[in-house]
Design a binder for this molecule. Structure first.
Ligand SMILES: NC(=O)c1ccc[n+]([C@@H]2O[C@H](COP(=O)([O-])OP(=O)(O)OC[C@H]3O[C@@H](n4cnc5c(N)ncnc54)[C@H](O)[C@@H]3O)[C@@H](O)[C@H]2O)c1
Length: 318
């Protein structure tokens, strides 16, 4: 029997790549997204699309109609800055919207939820590196708190209502379709600005490190998690840190950009350096990253180059 998946956030950067891989693998996919940051062009034409807000009562109509077996929950307010400017608004989507989805999962007998969480914004300033899943959780932003809050509900829903789950804690995901206009997603922002010949801003020295993981690898982990890793929270990262300066240099080379970065004060709500231990992902999911940072930067630069030259922006460069 074909498994029916309801994917929230499927018009977004990561969600749309998950949709593509699910459909390719033979899943039946329905998408809920309010297009607040997602784009219609990202939608896989084989998915049924509902332009609905997570918090609206219409989500129940979608569950009633679709009767999903599995839910992949990726819709969220993703801006750390916005979460600090307006924590209530962040929690309305990330906590209450998520709870709405979980309640509907319970009522409509969904078997399992895959929850797209964060590794980068949850552990706080690391006490040791790489951060494994047992590292103390000390978010330094409202976004980190709201994402983690949902992680706390999931075991309760599993134990009480038999709703299975897997939590995937992503590093800094990058690649085609990432929004180059937001405040997050340094690879997309730099790509767009370098291609336009515009200055690139680095907040702080640029020596701060992140675990940059390519979006197709992240989507692949989601596919595996559909049927495995019951009740687990698993880091999805490369196990290595790369500095913002390294990313700048790698992209400048891929794009042929001659400018120097412009440094600005570092921003609140962000940790200095972090990367994630991915041993559990290797063990539980048999997953490992396949795209190196230089390869991923090349692919991302190629995508944005095509977009800048008027190509179809939703088409992912191979
Ligand atoms: N990009 C990363 O590096 C990263 C890292 C860790 C975790 N995550 C998580 O992965 C998920 C996807 O993030 P992304 O980077 O693809 O961001 P994105 O903004 O591209 O995707 C989020 C999607 O959710 C939709 N959405 C937002 N609020 C909604 C609402 N109230 N109702 C319905 N739809 C709504 C948006 O329109 C968008 O399509 C998020 O849950 C995010 O917290 C992302």
């Amino acid at each position: 029997m074909t498994s029916r998946v309801l994917l929230t956030g499927g018009a977004g950067f990561i969600g749309s790549q998950i949709a593509d891989q699910l459909i390719e693998a033979g899943y039946d996919v329905a998408i809920v997204d309010n297009l607040s940051t997602g784009r219609r062009q990202n939608l896989n034409p084989k998915a049924r699309f509902y332009n609905v807000d997570l918090c609206s009562s219409q989500v129940e109509e979608v569950f009633d109609r679709e009767r999903p077996h599995l839910v992949s929950h990726h819709a969220a307010q993703i801006s750390v800055q916005a979460s600090m400017d307006n924590p209530q608004n962040d929690a309305a989507t990330n906590v209450l919207g998520s709870l709405h989805v979980l309640e509907l999962c319970r009522r409509y007998g969904v078997r399992k939820v895959i929850y797209g969480s964060t590794g980068g914004a949850l552990y706080g300033e690391p006490q040791y590196l790489p951060c494994d899943e047992g590292h103390p959780v000390r978010p330094v932003s409202a976004y980190g708190i709201s994402k983690y809050a949902v992680e706390l509900y999931l075991p309760v829903y599993k134990d009480t209502f038999d709703l299975d789950y897997t939590i995937l804690r992503y590093g800094n995901v990058y690649g085609p379709r990432q929004d180059p206009h937001g405040e997050a997603g340094v690879v997309a922002i730099f790509s767009q600005r370098m291609l336009g010949g515009d200055p690139c801003f680095i907040y702080g020295t640029g020596e701060q490190q992140r675990d940059f993981v390519y979006v197709e690898d992240v989507a692949a982990a989601n596919l595996i998690a559909m049927e495995t890793a019951s009740g687990k929270a698993i880091n999805i990262g490369t196990g290595m840190g790369a500095s913002v300066n390294q990313v700048f240099d790698g992209l400048a080379e891929a794009i042929g950009y001659q400018g120097a970065p412009v440094h600005r004060d570092s921003r609140p709500g962000e940790v200095h350096s972090i990367h994630l231990d991915n041993s559990l992902a290797r063990h539980e999911l048999g997953w490992q990253p396949t795209v190196t940072l230089p390869q991923g930067l090349e692919k991302t630069a190629a995508y944005f180059r095509q977009a800048a030259s008027g190509g179809q922006i939703s088409q992912v460069a191979g």
